[in-house]
Design a binder for this molecule. Sequence first.
Ligand code: FAD
Length: 531
Amino acid sequence: YWMRLADLRIHDNRALSRASEYATKQDIPLIALFVLSPQDYIAHDRSARRVDFTLRNLVILKESLSKLKIPLHVTSHSPRRNIPSFVLGWCETYGARALFANIEYEVDELRRDIQTCKLAIPKGIQVNLFHNKCVIEPGVLFTKQGKAYAVYSPYQRNWIATLNANLPYYLEECPMPTGNAGSVRSSEKFASLFDSPIPETVEGFELEDGDRRKMCEVHPAGEEVAGKLLDVFLHTKSRSSQLGAVNPLADGSQKANAQTRILNYGKDRDRVDKDTTSRLSVYLSSGVLSVRECVRATMRMQKSKKVDGGRDTGIGRWVQEIAWRDFYTNIVASFPRVSMGRPYLEKFASVVWENHQAPQESGTGRRGQDSDDAEVVKRWKDGKTGVPIVDATMRCINEMGWVHNRVRMITAMYLTKDLMIDWRVGERYFMQKLIDGDLASNNGGWQWSASTGVDPCPYFRIFNPHTQSGKADPTGEFIRHWVPELRPLRGPDLHNPSESAANKLGYPLPMVIHSEARERALRRYGNPGEE
Ligand code: FAD
């Protein structure tokens, strides 16, 4: 079993489960391999936090698999283009005749798997690939015209209808791997695999001690934690104490409550001043938790034989978010250009961004900044834009590696529309900082905000960050938590500090005036290619 970055679990894991079934039937041992690929992590802007989270989960997985007498060997390999031959060579070394893995839908990963299949055939190794990331895998749902969906609502309607019509197929829980015979553990051939250590770091992706400690505290690893978090979301109410960088399970005294977070999700989910959402993206993006299990849990909660994907209940609204995850994965698989840095809507490929080199009218030089680290971008990254909700969001990401969806949208819209910085700069920065970085959801979120993607926010609907701030953080607790210099402020002043208040509190003034920035964005989006 070739374990990958997004299937770090034993429960409900299709490739692992089928590999185990096969091994049992053939009466041969099951062995597991994980290949760390630093070159891929660089190319895909993996955050050191996500790499570290992977290693932390692998430590737990190795122990759990060992109990089943299944060795998990973790190794690092470069160059990445040789990974297929490396893995097949490894199979040959151990006499493996069949290889099982879950599919990753990004372009590089699909190419790697195609190459693996090609090389495996002459070696007589059977490659078995499974869909495991989504509830409904990419390539199943099409429009009436037989095209890939590019609009969410009809996709979601088809998604819920198809799911409910085929529940056993999509939601059936995979059997747990049965494990190897005791002789495998003691055999000389496999002993080194059981004993091989998990690397503590991957070169180039080391976390500073303080950051690592914080990540361990805020995002503990392991399937057990993920399962408990799902439980907390389904059965306990929201707490504002969760705004900071604290262990999400720290408050062990939570009691089942009639007003649980999932039940309130319909009305509360856009509130960022309370912990209204599940925070499960950390575990779903690494596959520590099965997305199918999330959906099954909602059915158990409702004691229903159907999945609720409607707008009337908090549960249905939450399931709709899970469908967004499938939708964006389907987009990456259907329109590979989006994972190659190109906009889905090609007409916006020539929008003039502030950070791109553009010839001056005089033709004598270059206008604008050509680097990600231009002062404006740096202030955005550091949370020093002078717009409190944007600054709170960026500081939360920098500190926690995770932030609520609503403010991801606000800060993304601010970077692309108010500051007119290319969405790819923001997309990249998020991937480098987030612990839940996932190409499909991140790219989808950025292209939505920049109005260049599938089913995007229309370019003329530009968020006013101050108004949005009041809606997302009505109590101001989120801003006051992450931007402590603004703690004395209350009411509208907190969301849009006056010049005198900002000066007094040592808080920066905004880099642009929203109304002027809005006009610039409307002009440039309305006439792509023109200033
Ligand atoms: P909940 O509200 O509890 O939702 C449950 C699950 O549904 C989430 O865990 C997630 O898997 C899925 N989900 C929810 N909203 C979305 C969405 N809009 N798109 C896709 N899936 C969704 N999500 C990531 O997992 N990785 C990313 O790298 C990522 N980058 C984003 C970048 C931008 C600019 C934006 C606007 C959104 C991004 N998202 C990303 C989507 C979303 O913000 C997070 O999934 C969400 O904040 C996770 O919080 P939660 O687990 O509490 O979500």
